[in-house]
Write a protein that binds this ligand. Structure first.
Ligand SMILES: C[S@@+](CC[C@H](N)C(=O)[O-])C[C@H]1O[C@@H](n2cnc3c(N)ncnc32)[C@H](O)[C@@H]1O
Length: 457
């Protein structure tokens, strides 16, 4: 593993960590650059931890992602490339047609220590504050790269960011960034979410200030400025009094406008509140959900039961609900469950039930609340599925299982358990991998999404 090394590039590196056949390498000098090297359009690309592949031609980015999925499926998933069916199973990656302004959510941090590249260190002045608003420098929880603009977020998001950048350091406002070492200061994060007005289709924006205490009078001057932007329909204040620096607050206040924004996916309208999960690339989520529906192979006669695991705000299940008998969704975050129920109601969907629960801690009676599903959709976050859930699914033996994953490494591991079992734990696999479709949801970043179809053997 080497940060910022491009696939195919030849370079000199220093091994910084080694364990068995795994090594971490720090790049020192490029010998032969990658053939598809391009100039990154973003001025922060070389320092920001987000777009690590922006200096690689987009076509080469997706080729590299596809290759990575292939290798993981073979080495971690233990599927054989010599199997004549393997080539049919592995589908070519679906690229994203929109490579900039695609993110509907950005979380910027306020920091007391601005991160500067070595060549700009001399600009630092004694006694002058070093405050920053932007993205964490890779590997530093306390240093923030100051950014004026992010090419991945919406234009409206960049307008708000520019206004906040313009005024938040003004001493007259009395605002201070939260210091992660001393645990003092007020402003923790600025979260920007973009949705779209259901009637007009125009962008609508939620601005969420995460602060260490509730002092609306301190935010009022900034709130007054940004609420004048027509796209801004919601300004929220999440208060997080803990010493931790997460963006989720224990209390939420509305400073302006609505408590949530909306977005339309596959004809269904979704309400999105400040802390609920929603696919971050709306354009490509439309493509992803179409692929999931194709994999589901629904009969369309309203006879099938779908179990939607890790359902978030119910998006996948709700887009299928009109064609099936019933959807049962499971999710850990109570706010997401409440959004899912409201989303069902607002769209006139009465055949969907959403249940809050931790899928890492399922008990022996898990499953008593729903009939045996015809189709299971599982969309866990990066750590993948807990062994308890995998054992449950192997016992449940639903005819079709669609595994949606944002981490091909844990996806390959879980596919191995589901298809090949785990001998040392006496677990027998019972599924056959029918197709694995990588899809690029996040151009310029190393992230890869996969949709896998498994059928009962
Ligand atoms: C990748 S998201 C998928 C959300 C949804 N399927 C969608 O497409 O919008 C994963 C979801 O799993 C939820 N989650 C994470 N760990 C969980 C757990 N242990 N039990 C239940 N839900 C969990 C997260 O809150 C998040 O909403």
């Amino acid at each position: 593993m080497c940060d910022r090394a491009l696939p195919g590039e030849r370079f000199i590196g220093r091994v910084t960590r080694k364990k068995g056949s795994y090594a971490e390498v720090q790049k020192i000098k490029t010998i032969t650059p990658h053939d598809d090297l391009v100039e990154a359009p973003c001025e922060y690309a070389s320092a920001c931890g987000g777009c690590k592949m922006q200096n690689l031609l987009y076509e080469a980015q997706v080729r590299a992602k596809e290759q990575q999925v292939h290798e993981l499926v073979i080495h971690v998933g233990k599927f054989s490339a010599n199997d004549p069916e393997f080539a049919n199973v592995m589908k070519p990656i679906v690229p994203c047609d929109i490579q900039f302004n695609y993110r509907n959510k950005m979380e910027f941090s306020f920091g007391t220590q601005k991160w500067l590249p070595v060549e700009e260190m001399h600009e630092r002045q004694e006694g002058v504050n070093d405050y920053a608003l932007g993205l964490h420098a890779p590997g530093f929880f306390d240093k923030v790269l100051n950014v004026q603009k992010c090419l991945l977020q919406s234009e409206a998001g960049n307008t708000v960011l520019a206004i906040v950048q313009d005024c938040w350091r003004d001493p007259e406002l009395g605002l201070s960034p939260f210091c992660v070492h001393k645990h003092v200061g007020f402003l923790k994060h600025l979260m920007l979410r973009t949705g779209s007005d259901v009637k007009t289709g125009l962008p609508e924006l939620m601005v969420n200030f995460v602060t260490s205490s509730y002092k609306p009078e301190l935010l009022k001057p900034i709130v007054d400025k940004i609420s004048s932007i027509p796209e801004v329909v919601s300004i929220i204040n999440n208060v997080n009094t803990s010493v931790g620096n997460t963006a989720v607050g224990e209390a939420e206040y509305i400073l302006y406008g609505k408590p949530s924004i909306s977005e339309v996916l596959r004809g269904i309208t979704f309400q999105i509140s400040a802390n609920s999960f929603f696919q971050t690339n709306t354009y490509q989520a439309e493509v992803l959900y179409r692929l999931i529906e194709e994999c589901a192979g629904l009969k369309g006669d309203g006879s099938e039961v779908v179990l939607d695991l890790f359902c978030g705000t119910g998006t996948i299940g709700l887009t299928l609900a009109k064609k099936v008998k019933h959807v049962y969704g499971y999710e850990m975050v109570p706010q997401a469950i409440s959004d899912a129920r409201q989303n069902a109601e607002k769209n006139g969907i009465s055949n969907a039930t959403f249940i809050q629960g931790d899928l890492n801690k399922i008990s022996d009676n898990f499953g008593d609340q729903f009939p045996r599903p015809d189709i299971v959709i599982s969309d866990p976050n990066r750590p993948g599925m807990h062994m308890k859930l995998i054992k449950y699914l192997l016992k449940l033996r639903a005819p079709r299982l669609i595994y949606v994953s944002c981490n091909p490494a844990t996806c390959a591991r879980d596919l191995d358990y589901l298809c090949h079992g785990l001998e040392e734990k006496n677990i027998k696999g019972c599924y056959k991998l029918k197709s694995l479709q990588p899809i690029d949801m996040f151009p310029h970043t190393p992230h890869i999404e996969c949709v896998c179809l498994l059928e009962l053997e």
